[in-house]
Design a protein around this ligand. Structure first.
Ligand SMILES: NC(=O)c1ccc[n+]([C@@H]2O[C@H](COP(=O)([O-])OP(=O)(O)OC[C@H]3O[C@@H](n4cnc5c(N)ncnc54)[C@H](O)[C@@H]3O)[C@@H](O)[C@H]2O)c1
Ligand SMILES: O=C(O)C(=O)C[C@]1(C(=O)O)C=C[C@@H](O)C=C1
Length: 361
């Protein structure tokens, strides 16, 4: 692939454009809000000038409700050899395109399983998709050339291609993305009118559970409107589990020993089922989760601290596998958790201590 046109230069479009531009592809940027395309261009994602002739691939990264219309318009204008979209739902846009009577052999629906709770080009990064699954939904009618273009895009973004049927994809993401999003919103909603004294105590647990609740509701209305049935079925199962958990907790309040025993068993069952589900969440690069040792470092809230820690770890020859930052409430300090291979932990601790870092835990 030599040339690409990204239509919709928000978080996802600009992130893909940055990755393509970094691999030498000439990227043209287009958005119904020209300011967004200008911003993406200023970030180094490509040019906001229109291509002179057809490009190799057009990537539509507009909100799901607009995807079919934008694709249809681009296909009628013949702007590319192949047409892709990256919408979070796949069945609806495909059916909408079919109903418009277009030849879909040059179209392939895709979905990168990576994103952020922030929108717009300024939230974009060229490494957003690295190591993440990127779903491709070819049909029997899809041109091989277009499938190859999609595989090239995924490879340039250093993601992992996963081929699926569009409706199977929508059922799967109902479980791993859409239902969890609503649960996150429901948990975060309990904080809206909560007392300040309680909210001030928020630690990492609730931050983990509520991060995605900060996402743009307009985007999520589009997503959920295109997949309501599977999400409603799953949420109704969660509601049944919630009812059982409430009953178990009520039993724990009883003065009767036998009832309390039932309550403990009920609560334990839900926690153990949670453990069993959690271990199935794939780790980095989509592989089985690895067990890392955590080295905790106290940092001041000053620029450059993280870069210094990474440089010191690099000097000690230790690879940081993952990182988390916990900001201490009301203080100019934070805790950085560095996840490393267990055999590298002792060397890292020693090197960081020698370079004056305060370690915790
Ligand atoms: N945010 C995520 O985590 C995530 C992850 C994977 C896939 N997606 C999918 O990627 C797509 C884009 O999401 P995003 O998070 O980048 O949103 P975003 O709001 O950051 O960007 C969307 C962009 O599309 C533009 N746009 C809207 N209507 C348009 C139209 N008719 N023609 C051209 N441009 C138009 C907007 O001006 C905006 O710049 C969506 O389909 C979404 O489902 C999102
Ligand atoms: O904000 C994030 O971390 C996300 O990855 C968002 C997330 C997801 O649920 O996994 C949300 C919707 C997209 O379709 C893909 C990714």
């Amino acid at each position: 692939m030599r040339t690409a046109l990204v239509i919709g230069t928000g978080l996802i479009g600009t992130s893909a454009a940055l990755a393509l531009a970094q691999r030498g592809v000439t990227v043209h940027l287009d958005d119904h809000d020209p300011e967004q395309a200008r911003t993406a261009a200023a970030l180094g994602a490509g040019t906001d000038e229109a291509p002179e002739g057809p490009v190799d691939v057009a990537i539509v990264a507009a909100p799901p409700a607009h995807v079919a219309r934008v694709l249809a318009d681009a296909m009628r204008r013949g702007v590319a050899r192949g047409y892709l979209d990256v919408a979070s739902v796949k069945g609806g846009p495909r059916r909408e395109l079919e109903s418009l009577g277009l030849d879909l052999s040059a179209y392939l629906g895709t979905h990168p399983m990576s994103g952020r709770e922030k929108s717009g080009p300024l939230a974009a990064t060229g490494d957003l998709f690295e190591g993440r699954p990127w779903v491709l939904t070819p049909t029997r009618d899809t041109d091989t050339e277009v499938l190859n273009l999609a595989l090239e895009l995924v490879s340039h973004c250093r993601a992992v291609p996963v081929v699926m049927d569009a409706d199977a994809h929508d059922r799967a993401v109902a479980l791993v993305s859409h239902m969890p999003h609503l649960v996150s919103s429901l948990v975060a909603a309990r904080l809206e009118h909560a007392e300040e004294a309680a909210v001030r105590l928020c630690g990492q647990g609730i931050r983990d559970v509520t991060r995605i609740a900060a996402s743009d509701p307009r985007m999520w209305i589009d997503i959920l409107s295109a997949n309501p049935g599977p999400v409603a079925d799953l949420l109704s199962d969660v509601a049944a589990d919630l009812d059982e958990t409430v009953q178990a907790l009520r039993a724990l309040q009883s003065s009767d020993d036998a009832k309390r025993g039932e309550g403990t068993a009920g609560v334990e069952a839900v926690l153990r089922r949670g453990n069993a589900g959690q271990v199935r969440v794939p780790g980095k690069h989509g592989s089985a989760p690895r067990v890392y040792e955590t080295v905790v470092v106290l940092i001041d809230d000053q620029p450059g601290q993280l870069a210094r820690i990474f440089a010191d770890a690099d000097r000690a020859g230790v690879n940081i596998e993952d990182v988390r930052i916990e900001h201490a409430t009301g203080q100019q300090a934070g805790l950085v958790q560095l996840m490393v291979e267990p055999r590298a932990a002792a060397a890292l601790k020693e090197a960081l201590r020698q370079r004056g870092w305060a370690l915790r835990g």
